[in-house]
Design a binder for this molecule. Structure first.
Ligand SMILES: Cc1cc2nc3c(=O)[nH]c(=O)nc-3n(C[C@H](O)[C@H](O)[C@H](O)COP(=O)(O)O)c2cc1C
Length: 368
């Protein structure tokens, strides 16, 4: 009896893609390479202005033709409705500001060459992502993903334009809410993941979401960096994988070369799960900033978005002045599998080849 292709999932069918691999990336070149290799990419645009988003979408379409792609934005509920950067800077709690200033003084960290503005920081108030969303809807991007917050308020508008809405969740009850709101695909993200994440592991969250998703595809995220992970995710009930850390040190990635070197050297226990970067729990590569906020005499990180404003300034200084020990980036535990700088196309084909090899190892190959 002919065996079905285990990688030909319903996600492949619904998007018209060859492989059920989704790259989350901020880098247009990575996105274009991944899509042209037969997989799917979602471009992170939380730090782009509406004009930049429109230009990036045009740029990508020129390189991928009519193949589908996505854009990711975030809609946190617990930030001010609308505020200028000056108003938000004035609202940073005094205790955390004093601690951050003291870190800068003790380590001799100069002011950044340019102070990060609202667009650099991305989601520090609610109006910014709403303006970004308008462009994504106008452009009828095939997939709009919501990385934080419930996308219920734009599901109808997206569907009217023929777009899919994907929601990233870290808890089963968030998935339930988003499924009720009509979201097309749930990305179930475990705490191995880079970036904002809850405290439930990938092995728990993926089958928990699969159990309530009905016919709607579930995509597994958090620690997926090899073909064995891809095969495992499918066995857990996922129709594909959503990956972030995997692309940071790829050949095409525009991540700073000093950071790429650190990512390649890092092992799976070189990341921290902490609120010290953004005020929400987040997994990032360890740095002196993390060590300082983990000290027993450190204050609790400020709530979002104020902690991100403190961190954003320090990060800008670290990169402006080459202060390596304070450089960090969102990175997941899968960083331990990122050991060389490969072209994105090769990352896709290696992952696919390894997944098939795993299925063959489990079930024997057709020609065996
Ligand atoms: C550098 C970096 C930045 C990220 N920024 C965002 C973001 O802006 N929005 C979002 O939804 N997810 C963001 N993420 C998380 C990814 O979308 C993805 O869920 C995560 O990387 C998956 O786990 P993995 O890194 O183990 O593959 C980011 C990830 C990385 C590596």
């Amino acid at each position: 009896m002919a065996r079905k292709d285990p990688l030909r999932t319903k996600l492949c069918k619904s998007l018209g893609i060859e492989y059920p691999i989704v790259a989350f990336t901020h880098c247009k070149d990575v996105a274009a390479a991944v899509i042209n290799a037969g997989a799917f990419a979602v471009l992170g645009q939380t730090q782009s202005t509406p004009d930049q988003i429109a230009a990036n979408i045009r740029w990508l379409r020129e390189r991928i033709g009519d193949k589908p792609f996505g854009v990711d934005l975030v809609f946190p509920a617990s930030v001010p409705a609308s505020a200028t950067i000056e108003e938000l800077l004035a609202g940073i709690p005094a205790e955390q500001k004093a601690f951050a200033d003291d870190i800068a003084r003790r380590y001799g960290i100069p002011e950044p060459k340019r102070r990060p503005d609202t667009w650099d920081l991305g989601w520090i108030e609610k109006e910014t992502p709403r303006k970004q969303l308008e462009v994504v809807l106008d452009e009828r991007v095939p997939v709009v993903a919501s990385g934080l917050g419930n996308p219920d308020f734009f599901v109808k508008a997206a569907h009217e334009r023929g777009m899919q809405v994907w929601g990233l969740v870290g808890k089963q009850r968030q998935a339930k809410r988003e499924l009720e709101a009509g979201v097309d695909v749930i990305v179930a993200q475990g705490m191995d993941a880079a970036g904002h994440t809850g405290n439930v592991g990938t092995f728990s969250i993926v089958p928990q979401v699969r159990a309530i998703a009905g016919d709607r595809p579930v995509i597994a995220a958090g620690g997926v960096t090899t073909g064995r992970h891809l095969a495992g995710a499918i066995a857990l009930g996922a129709a594909g994988v959503w990956t972030g850390t995997l692309w940071l040190a790829s050949r095409e990635s525009d991540v700073d070369m000093r950071m790429k070197e650190r990512l390649i050297e890092a092992t799976s226990d070189d990341t921290s799960f902490s609120a010290c970067v953004s005020g929400f729990t987040m997994r990032t590569l360890n740095s002196k900033w993390h060590e300082e906020w983990a000290r027993s005499d450190a204050p609790k990180p400020a709530p979002a978005p104020y902690q991100l404003m403190l961190f954003g300034k320090m990060k800008q200084s670290a990169f402006d002045w080459g202060i390596k020990e304070f450089m960090t980036e969102a990175a997941g535990q899968g960083v331990g599998f990122v050991n060389e700088m490969k072209p994105a196309r090769k990352i896709v084909s290696d992952m696919v080849d390894e997944a098939y090899a795993v299925f063959d190892e489990l079930y024997g190959s057709d020609d065996a």
